[in-house]
Design a protein around this ligand. Structure first.
Ligand code: LFR
Length: 440
């Protein structure tokens, strides 16, 4: 038996999980959960990373005896350290308005392969007043890792979301980093690499981009699959062995992010359950009863990726304005789900068309895999079976990469995926015929 601790920091909550791998099975158990969310202070929307660090330490105490620790979080956001290694300010949240209006330079996609998102680290750095005082930049999981171990590095999967890595070489791009202070970016490390120790326990680099870890735990039987890592965002795409850098791919805003074991996560960001999270925050209600009512409500389809939905705010009002009609709460929820299902379908179709890779199943992993209505609507819209689960894909991917580094799991991605398949119940949603489809 091998037990490890997986720290998974999400935009709305953080968790410390204890993962156990025995013979033919992997399981994870949550030992500590804490709320997260950006807060306005010092003129920006920021993350309270010191509190996150305290919660991580508290969670690791509860995890008991483990042979390794791995950390993942959302992407792109960073802390800047001064020459003494002190954090200069709380990291600014990618939903802050400081990057409003940025545009990508000509030729950028051919180098970094990233979809244009105004919040990619490289654009945040263009609006960063602290840069002249900074001696090093650490992405959020690398910052927590540094505070635990005293060691610094830049884990590769997450580094690729900065926009500063050359997707063809897998290294920091000399061209794209030319204007940054020398030494700002630490050396790259890869999932499975040692990353120091905490209280005598090894810290292991994992796919520290949460989406990279989630894709490791997609329980696919073969490589003909699309995935939707569905949480605050829906990350929708396919796994490839080489990037797609064509003008069509750029125009379709598809990204080539670095995956575990040298894979490419070829995907599009769809706005995801953020839309509902903000609705229930404003309404101050629970989502589950509303989902039941939404199953019978009539929705209006809108483009969930419109930038108007990116910042926090009065989401129900924005959605109704966008749709040009007043709606009941179940109608708002239904509109979001219908719109996400269609955006999922568009991304699954575009991923296949642009990469030439065909799929015959869509795997929905992450918290959104518990949302039956969304899974069914996605199956209907895609005209493909949806396999839902595991909900804890990110933590499982984190655990499996650590367990493999410790020698407890042999082989490659296919072996890790088989282990997930054998260990956890999955649910299947078959596409219903056109007569059931209503708006989708
Ligand atoms: C998901 C995620 C996405 C990334 C977004 C912002 O949690 O990591 O992959 O595009 O958050 O960092």
């Amino acid at each position: 038996m091998t037990a490890v601790a997986a720290v998974d920091l999400g935009a709305s909550s953080g968790r410390v999980m204890r993962g156990v791998v025995t013979g033919g099975a992997v399981r994870v158990e949550e030992v500590h959960r804490f709320a997260n969310g950006p807060v306005h202070h010092d003129g920006a929307l920021r993350w309270d990373v010191r509190r996150l660090h305290r919660e991580v330490v508290a969670g690791l105490r509860l995890a008991g005896d483990v042979t390794s620790i791995g950390i993942d979080s959302w992407a792109v956001d960073y802390g800047l350290l001064d020459e003494h290694g002190e954090l200069l300010a709380d990291p600014v949240c990618y939903r802050d308005s400081r990057t409003d209006g940025v545009r990508p330079a000509e030729g950028l996609y051919e180098v970094n392969g990233l979809q244009f998102q105004p919040f990619n680290t490289m654009f945040q750095l263009m609006a960063e007043p602290l840069l002249p005082r900074a001696s090093q930049l650490l992405l959020v999981p690398d910052l927590i890792s540094y505070w635990l171990t005293g060691e610094r590095g830049a884990e590769h999967t997450n580094a690729t979301t900065t926009g500063l890595v050359d997707v063809r070489t897998g290294q920091w791009s000399p061209e794209l980093t030319a204007d940054l202070p020398a030494g700002l970016l630490p050396d790259l490390r890869h999932p499975g690499d040692p990353a120091g120790t905490y209280g005598g326990v090894p810290v292991t680099a994992v796919g520290s981009h949460d989406t990279a870890s989630a894709v490791v735990a997609v329980p696919a039987r073969n490589d003909r699959f699309a995935y939707i890592s569905c949480g605050t965002w829906s990350l929708v795409g396919v796994e490839l062995s080489a990037p797609v850098l064509t003008p069509e791919s750029r125009a379709a805003n598809f990204t080539n992010e670095g995956g575990v074991d040298g894979t490419i996560r070829y995907l599009r960001n769809v706005m995801g359950l953020w839309l509902l999270q903000e609705c229930v925050r404003v309404w101050q209600v629970q989502l589950t009863p509303l989902l039941r009512e939404a199953a019978h409500a009539t929705g209006t389809v809108f483009d969930p990726n419109d930038p108007v939905f990116l910042p926090p705010g009065d989401m129900p009002d924005r959605i109704q304005r966008h749709c040009g009609r007043t709606m009941t709460r179940p109608e708002v929820v239904r509109s979001v789900l219908d719109s996400l299902a269609l955006a999922h379908r568009d991304a699954v179709l575009d991923a296949q068309r642009l990469s030439g890779k065909e799929v015959d199943v869509v795997h929905v992993v992450g918290g959104g895999s518990r949302n039956d209505l969304l899974c069914q609507l996605t199956a209907d819209a895609c005209g493909l079976p949806v396999v839902a689960g595991p909900a804890e894909a990110t933590a499982l991917g984190n655990v499996l990469v650590q367990a493999r580094a410790a020698g407890a799991v042999p082989g490659g991605l296919a072996d890790m995926r088989r282990l997930v398949r054998q260990s956890l119940p999955l649910r299947r949603f078959l596409p219903r015929g056109v007569e059931h489809r209503r708006t989708v």
